[in-house]
Design a protein around this ligand. Structure first.
Ligand code: BGC
Length: 443
């Protein structure tokens, strides 16, 4: 067999991503913990509980696993409610815990990438109206200053807000995340405040660390009209693309939020991106449907013949990754893929999904798109929000009862990719022979 390799640029960041509430455990002082206590909110009534016990110290063994798997970076997030348990108190021990984690990465020759907001909020903030109340911007900025001061010795790459588009939609329009609102105008207010909070954080971080790299991490959904000949489907797909993909990051370039036909000037947001964090999972086909009144008449579906993940949650659509990266080029800043992965308990799809998506990343790198890193979601199975423990994204499987970890085959596959800084034909032949000929024709 001829051997070949798709090689990535030197210094490419290879890692996995995690989020505080999903892995730490015992996050009793945040909105998600409270939400988990309400009947019917989480599938099966699952609770985050000890999660992956990172607060109890198991981050160490999981960072060891990542380092042994040749990962040279890791993305983790800070739990605001731990750092600021009440509006008038900072918890220095919590900050020390995060300093230790960041140092722990450096000791393992891994670059930390730190997210400042990943879906969870302190209870006290919720009592003030959370992201609907404009005062959140000043509170968030103060929290960011405190955290960046504490971690600046170790961290220079920051994501201000994880998936502001998904957070606003799920928490304020679809009612699936706390505070469970179903109100389009609330969602719009929240988007404005998220953009303002990002902008304030951007300036604050640069004051403290002039050379910091600060970005945001929206989820990019590949959106196609279901019937490409239908003006109504085209219109719906265009609207969805505006709301889901374009509105937020464009504001960070232009200072003008244009969303669902309305415009708002946000001059402080202009040019507040040093990089864009891109999170890509799947592609949807969109049609116009009069019955979908509260969803802007948008009906969403997958390609019927696409391979699906557990519970038909995600469709394996690797070309959407290439499309996402081409799209992100318009912002003229480096791109980091801050999340990509699939829920797949038995690891039957993940190896293929991973290779096909990373292959598209390689193609994009070779079209001169400035991509600096790839973070797989996730390192170890973790608490999957409203789906509880039912969906498994980890390279490592977690037994929630015993805290035991078991390596999935994908962890070895990813380790080979990270180690070789590329995709070798031998790797594909060993792990996913069924796609060898499509990835390496004539080898
Ligand atoms: C989120 C993660 C989540 C993953 C899988 C992303 O939208 O940032 O927190 O676990 O998707 O649903």
């Amino acid at each position: 067999m001829v051997q070949a390799i798709f090689i990535f640029p030197g210094n490419f960041l290879w890692g996995a991503a995690t989020a505080a509430h999903q892995v730490e455990g015992n996050n009793t002082n945040n909105t998600w913990w409270a939400w988990e206590q309400e009947p019917g909110r989480i599938l099966n009534g699952d609770k985050s509980g000890l999660a992956c016990d990172w607060w109890g110290g198991r981050w160490r063994e999981d960072f060891d696993r990542a380092a042994e798997g040749a990962q040279n970076s890791h993305r983790f997030s800070i739990e605001w409610s731990r750092v600021q348990p009440t509006p008038d108190r900072w918890d220095e021990d919590a900050l020390e815990h995060y300093r230790e984690m960041a140092r722990g990465l450096i000791d393992r020759h891994m670059t930390p990438l730190v997210t400042l907001h990943h879906f969870s909020d302190p209870i006290w903030l919720a009592e003030m109206g959370s992201w609907e109340n404009d005062t959140v911007v000043a509170y968030f900025e103060a929290f960011v200053r405190k955290t960046v001061e504490a971690l600046k010795e170790y961290v220079t790459m920051w994501v201000t807000v994880n998936e502001p588009n998904i957070f606003a939609a799920l928490a304020y329009q679809q009612g699936l995340f706390p505070p469970g609102k179903k109100d389009l105008s609330s969602a719009k207010t929240v988007i404005v405040n998220l953009l303002r909070a990002h902008s304030a954080a951007y300036q604050a971080i640069h004051q403290i660390q002039p050379h910091a790299q600060v970005g945001i991490a929206p989820q990019y959904l590949s959106i196609h009209p279901k019937k490409s000949w239908s003006p109504l489907d085209l219109w719906s797909a265009g609207l969805m693309n505006n709301v889901m993909n374009e509105a937020i990051p464009r504001t960070l370039r232009t200072g003008m939020l244009t969303i669902a036909g309305s415009r708002k000037h946000l001059p402080e947001a202009k040019n507040t991106l040093d990089f864009i964090g891109l999170q890509y999972y799947t592609r949807e086909y969109i049609s116009f449907d009069l019955r979908k009144f509260s969803d802007l008449f948008i009906q969403r579906s997958y390609r019927s013949d696409a391979e699906k993940s557990d519970g038909n949650w995600l469709a394996n659509e690797p070309m959407g990754m290439f499309e996402a990266l081409r799209w992100a080029q318009q912002f003229n800043v480096p791109i980091i893929i801050t999340e990509n992965g699939v829920n797949d308990r038995d690891d039957r799809l993940r190896p293929r999904y991973m290779l096909q998506h990373i292959h598209q990343v390689w193609r994009a790198v070779n079209s001169s798109i400035p991509i600096k890193g790839y973070f797989h979601w996730s390192l170890v199975d973790n608490f999957e929000w409203e789906r509880g423990w039912t969906q498994r994204f980890g390279l490592w499987e977690l037994d929630v009862e015993t805290q035991a970890r078991r390596k999935r085959p994908s962890a070895d596959l990813y380790a080979e990719i990270c180690h070789q800084n590329g995709i070798a034909s031998e790797t594909v032949a060993r792990h996913t022979p069924q796609i060898l000929n499509t990835l390496f024709p004539d080898t």
